[in-house]
Design a protein around this ligand. Structure first.
Ligand code: ZN
Length: 556
């Protein structure tokens, strides 16, 4: 039987012990004085000073020792830095080391390579082609000097980042490396190669693995294949994160998709993280609580399954994933374009688009987030564009894709489900967004505001305005809980021996400043953000230092 919460009794003990025998001789690099500590474990906040030496918290309690620097945190809370388990920042810091949309919300560590997509590595076979297609489309200046995971991690270390970063290896990327976009089972040799690529990446420093079973080519795999490629992660105590096979009524359907994720945990022993838990489409709106019941049952059976969520009713994904049946994507983009060039198969593809539109709150709820060839369409809905073009929204979706891949934001959920899912104690908060910046190459398009405001929305709306849970619970969902999912030993709590990723802020001041129309605006409210013991954001502003580390081990 698994405990519902990780226990950190020793943290409290250590706090008392350390504070007792601290003399005034001891020199610290930093003392955060007079704050109220919300230590990340979910236990009640308490008044304490926090002393840091090097990159480590060395004492929590009443501290008299001298320090090079002291910060007065009166009236503020002091928390661990937020850990965002589900992001797509795989190339962000290679493009701009100061991609601060997460830092400004208090995120000090993010994990990418989600939804089966670790599109930057490995860069071999079909995965290299897909990477090049992506870079050509976005116009990003990305010239890879690597092919494998080790080289990719080294490139990120050389580029530098303002926050800590860690990666997962994605099944979709590995499958495309070995089998491109083919809709069939792998041969035994191909499966062996895939398993080997997973093992290599995990040994090079990927902290987990992910699948995107809803997306092509992940959708072309059977559970058998997923079980085989998950075993290397399970054997190494690393996380399995899954964008499951369905979040609505497509492919397997929502509830069987949860059951499949749980079965992979049952068969491999891996820790299972169901990504961005949600109920999509008219058949499932109002049934979010049933997903929690299912995960509770699996946990009672001894399967370590939990989830994460972003606090919005809108989702976001690429044109092809959002609007096309998976059969229409077999063979890659050119094969799809060939199907659209033939009037009979075009009619078939279009007929299926109706279903994809209706997973959302109508074509008015399908809004263009990015469309590189014509940015004037960004922020406009499929209905709006169809009206202007004098066609049905289905036809508009095809014509858009014919010009370019792009992405939508989609009104696909309901608040009652978002709330029911958010209230589960084991539901971590994760953005599903990317580290972006309010200027430069990462400031294009109208991306989902979650990249700039997920953590701020939780504090401002879910805690302060709506009282859905306490600040202690909210901080737990953003710190010790995600750290325990990943199995990180030294992050996610305020306690002696923990790495000093530390925030100082007043929850009442935390604000989301952006929206779907103007997404590229930083959140405010963080007074200080310390990354690995040193200030990365001071008096509310990033200070331009690159303090982030690429985590390659669970003890980093
Ligand atoms: Zn996803």
């Amino acid at each position: 039987m698994l405990l519902p919460y990780p226990r950190y009794a020793h943290a409290r003990l250590a706090r008392n012990q350390d504070s007792d025998h601290l003399g005034s001789r001891k020199l610290f690099d930093l003392i955060i004085k007079n704050g109220t500590v919300v230590d990340g474990t979910g236990s009640a906040k308490f008044r304490a000073d926090v002393a840091i030496k090097g990159d480590t918290v060395v004492a929590v309690g009443e501290i008299d020792g001298e320090a090079t620097r002291e910060i007065d945190a009166s009236g503020k809370i002091v928390t661990p830095g937020f850990i965002d388990l589900h992001t797509h920042s795989d190339s962000s810091f290679l493009i701009d080391s100061y991609a601060d949309s997460k830092l400004t919300q208090g995120v000090t560590l993010e994990l990418f390579g989600n939804c089966g997509m670790s599109f930057c590595a490995p860069l071999i076979g079909g995965a290299k082609d897909l990477f090049e297609e992506r870079v050509n489309r976005s116009g990003d200046s990305l010239t890879p000097t690597w092919t494998d995971f080790d080289g990719y991690l080294t490139a990120m270390e050389n580029a530098g980042s303002t926050i800590n970063i860690a990666t997962q290896i994605g099944h979709g990327t590995v499958r495309s490396a070995v089998m491109y976009m083919e809709s069939r089972m792998p041969t035994p040799e191909e499966l062996d190669r895939m398993v080997g690529l997973f093992a290599d990446a995990l040994d090079a420093g990927a902290l987990g693995m992910s699948t995107g079973l809803w997306y092509a080519p992940g959708s072309y795999s059977l559970a058998d294949e997923i079980i085989a490629v998950t075993q290397p992660a399970a054997d190494r105590g690393k996380l399995y994160s899954s964008h499951i096979r369905s979040e609505a009524d497509d492919l397997s359907g929502l509830f069987p998709a949860h059951a499949e994720a749980i079965e992979i945990g049952r068969r491999t022993g891996a820790r299972i993280q169901i990504s961005h838990v949600k109920a999509v489409g008219p058949k499932f709106w109002g049934r979010g609580y049933e997903l929690i019941e299912g995960m509770e049952r699996a946990r009672a059976e001894g399967i370590d399954v939990a989830g994460d969520q972003y606090p919005y009713e809108w989702s976001s994904t690429g044109f092809s994933g959002a609007m096309f049946a998976r059969w229409a994507l077999v063979g890659g983009r050119q094969a799809t374009l060939d199907r659209l060039a033939d009037s009979d198969s075009r009619a078939q593809v279009r007929a299926d688009v109706t279903y994809y539109i209706n997973r959302n709150h109508s074509a008015a709820g399908c809004v263009i987030a990015s469309f590189p060839p014509d940015q004037s369409l960004e922020g406009r809905s499929l209905q709006d564009i169809a009206d202007e073009w004098g066609c049905e929204p289905e036809e508009a979706a095809l014509r858009l894709y014919e010009q370019s891949e792009g992405s939508y934001v989609l009104h696909s959920m309901e608040l009652r489900d978002v709330d029911a899912i958010a209230k589960w104690p084991l539901m971590a908060i994760a953005s599903d967004g990317s580290s972006l910046r309010d200027e430069g190459p990462l400031s294009s398009g109208k991306p989902h505001p979650r990249s700039y405001a997920t953590n701020s929305v939780i504090i401002e709306q879910f805690v302060e305005q709506r009282g859905l849970f306490s600040i202690e619970e909210a901080v737990y969902k953003m710190t010790a809980l995600p750290a325990s999912r990943l199995n990180l030993s030294r992050r996610g709590r305020i306690a002696p021996g923990q790495i000093a990723d530390v925030l100082v802020f007043d929850p009442a001041n935390v604000k989301q400043n952006n929206d779907f129309v103007n997404p590229h605006i930083y959140s405010t409210g963080m007074d200080y953000v310390f990354v690995n013991g040193r200030p990365a954001l001071e008096n509310g502003k990033p200070n331009g230092t690159l303090l982030g580390k690429v985590l390659r081990s669970l003890d980093d």
